[in-house]
Design a protein around this ligand. Structure first.
Ligand code: ATP
Length: 355
């Protein structure tokens, strides 16, 4: 079997504290994967004059996938390239409870659902500006009963929901429901009452795609109602698909149900590329303290391994994480433990060795 190629970026703030040891662990597992670390950010700028040189872009293109540490600063152009450049339109954020996770719920056992977040459009197109720039368009708000230009100085952000963008991510959700083979259900959620045109389109496309999947149950809820249901009865969910902004928010909420952001992995998939990173950000407030929980990063690594056809290794690594949680003596403070990040990795390596 030919070696796979994976590009790795360690990220900013606390991110390298979990990315570096995860990368060391993956290399030590001897998986037939070549990991390359393209030079970007300030180091690249000093050497080449640009934060994201063509050579780094070429390394991403040559790789089968990218393993990406959360970024807040100079490597942000890489993230934009991984999203819009590689058209990774479906952001999959699994929410799976494992015994030992510090869930606030009385009965978290059995929570196992997946949020699919549209990853490229909605309010994340960066189309923002001064409302007065739009004054000439005479945009009339039937809710405010006024022209936008008459509302006074302010800013706007454009939300765009396209037919193509919605259809492909909703279809992805239905295909995922078939693969998971659990409840075989897809839930579409967005604000289709207030945003009857834009989110209304997302729902209509949801209904149309659903009609092609008679083996998959289909339901839809307005996003605020959905949030209440997600908290009250997360066990009822299987695959949930929603536009970008709602997905960003709901997936952090879903992480909260099982024990927090330190546990939430994420993978972003396109037609022929994918990148993997924890759902959480760079956690700047805990950088340099050896307390960041590596679980989200490790579980993202298992999604990467599945993607590059290293499914057995993914299962092994998932099992080792489960073992560390079952044992409980090497959990980080966010999970109610007193271990450091490095203690967690020692326990994990031990679990991998003892199998
Ligand atoms: P972004 O908008 O980029 O997602 P954010 O501003 O929401 O980032 P995060 O970096 O996700 O912020 O952190 C939110 C809070 O959760 C912080 O208090 C951070 O310390 C904590 N946190 C995030 N990830 C972890 C982790 N892996 N282990 C422990 N705490 C974490």
């Amino acid at each position: 079997m030919a070696n796979k190629q994976v590009a790795v970026f360690l990220g900013d703030d606390a991110s390298p504290e979990v990315m570096r040891p995860t990368l060391d662990l993956l290399r030590a597992m001897d998986l037939g994967i070549d990991f390359v670390e393209p030079v970007v950010g300030q180091a690249a700028k000093q050497a080449t004059g640009t934060l994201f040189p063509d050579a780094a872009k070429a390394q991403i293109d040559a790789a089968d996938a990218t393993f990406f540490g959360s970024t807040s600063g100079d490597s942000t152009p890489v993230l934009f390239y991984l999203r819009w450049g590689k058209q990774t339109y479906a952001n999959l954020r699994p929410c799976v409870y494992t015994p030992g996770f510090n869930s606030p719920l009385a009965q978290p056992a059995g929570i196992d659902f997946a949020i699919v977040r549209e990853n490229l459009e909605d309010l994340y197109l960066g189309l923002e500006g001064d409302t007065e720039d739009l004054a000439g368009l005479n945009l009339y708000s039937r809710h405010a009963r006024a022209n936008l230009g008459d509302l006074g100085p302010g800013k706007y952000a454009i939300k765009a929901i396209t037919e193509k963008g919605s259809e492909r991510v909703i279809r992805y959700a239905f295909e995922l429901a078939r693969q998971r083979d659990k409840q075989r259900k897809v839930t579409v959620t967005c604000k289709y009452n207030m945003l009857a045109v834009a989110d209304g389109l997302f729902l209509e496309i949801g209904k149309a795609v659903a009609s092609e999947y008679s083996d998959i149950e289909f339901e839809h809820f307005i996003i605020d109602d959905f949030l209440c249901r997600m908290i009250a009865n997360p066990h009822a969910l299987d695959v949930v698909v929603m536009p970008n902004l709602y997905g960003d928010i709901m997936s952090d909420g879903a992480a909260g149900l099982i024990g927090g952001l330190g546990l939430a992995p994420s993978g972003c998939y396109g037609e022929d590329y994918a990148y993997f990173e924890s759902a959480h950000g760079t956690a700047p407030d805990i950088a340099g303290q050896n307390v960041i929980n590596p679980t989200a990063t490790l579980l993202s690594a298992t999604m990467l391994l599945d993607y590059v056809d290293r499914g057995q290794a993914a299962t092994r690594l998932r099992h080792a994480v489960t073992t560390v949680y079952k044992d409980k003596s090497n959990l980080t403070t966010d999970q109610g433990g007193s271990a450091g990040t490095s203690d967690f990795f020692l326990a994990l390596n031990n679990a991998l060795e003892t199998g």
